[in-house]
Design a protein around this ligand. Structure first.
Ligand code: ADP
Length: 271
């Protein structure tokens, strides 16, 4: 608030010359922080009533004999709307959380994570007649990064989900894990509809969706903004390359945890 802004403004004015910058930047930062907090609070508050609506509808739909004719259709529509809202709220909450950074990082084995995800998505890809390949580079080095497993899972799941969504039947999807001296790369490629060059810079914007994907069911346009936020919070990057009508490749780069750093954590000299 205002009180919190005063010391910073005084400080920069004392430094001389920068007082105007301080006056302008500090309130903008404050506003952004308050907005982020608001998004986090609002999503949290919205989640419980939405879950109540959704679960009540689910129960009503499950026992149709207790309903009047025509009620079932209404409940199905309510449940569908509630499910969409709940997803949106969960996504907003996740987005707000990525802005908080990683509080207590834990070791995450990316090879283990991509194997799990590939196994989870296999039934979906089979159903859509998509080939799903998992390629883990032969490497003696570890696939360990430092961060939050739930968030990294969400990042990669969003990329795989999109690959499935935007690839017509008969196409293929590849998940590749490779290593560079300081970074671990996870690439999710597809042979799908692709993204035109003019759209490519916007794919990570909040709520952005290509014109033709707007008409499709589902999808809020938040998935890639969340994925990007998670990569950044982990000190990494996420970028996209695409050839329209041929496919897209999303590349995540995350700082690898080196042996020396791990020893350092246990009391050794480390880095
Ligand atoms: P959503 O998938 O919910 O629409 P995203 O933020 O995940 O939102 O993606 C934003 C948009 O980027 C999508 O609507 C789509 O237009 C485009 N996009 C994302 N991934 C792909 C992909 N693998 N192939 C083609 N277009 C994609």
């Amino acid at each position: 608030g205002l009180a919190a802004g005063i010391p910073a403004v005084l400080l920069v004015s004392a430094a001389g010359g920068w007082w105007l910058t301080g006056l302008v930047i500090r309130p903008v930062e404050d506003t952004l922080r308050r907005l982020e907090q608001f998004a986090a609070d609002a999503s949290h508050e919205l989640r419980n009533p939405l879950m109540a609506i959704q679960s009540n509808c689910a129960v009503a739909i499950k026992y149709p004999e207790q309903m009047r004719p025509g009620d079932r259709q209404k409940f199905l529509r309510i449940e569908d709307a509630a499910r969409q809202l709940l997803t949106l709220v969960q996504e907003l909450l996740m987005l707000a959380r990525t802005g908080e950074g990683i509080a207590a990082p834990e070791p995450v084995d990316l090879a283990h994570l991509v194997r799990e995800l590939a196994a989870e998505y296999r039934p979906r890809t089979c159903e859509r007649d998509l080939q799903l390949d998992l390629a883990i580079e032969a490497s003696p080095a570890s696939w360990q990064v430092s961060g939050k497993a739930v968030q990294l899972r969400c990042l990669l799941a969003n990329l795989i989900e999109n690959a499935v969504k935007f690839t017509p039947e008969g196409g293929s999807i590849a998940i590749r894990l490779s290593r560079e001296p300081r970074e671990i790369l996870v690439q999710v490629s597809d042979t799908g509809v692709g993204i035109v060059p003019a759209d490519l810079p916007h794919v990570f914007d909040r709520f952005w969706r290509a014109d033709r994907s707007r008409h499709r069911q589902g999808g809020s346009g938040l998935g890639l903004a969340i994925a990007h936020g998670i990569a950044q919070a982990h000190g990494g990057t996420l970028d996209a390359r695409s050839v329209p009508e041929h496919g897209s490749t999303f590349t995540v780069r995350l700082p690898a945890v080196h042996e020396s750093r791990r020893q350092g954590k246990n009391g050794g000299p480390g880095l």
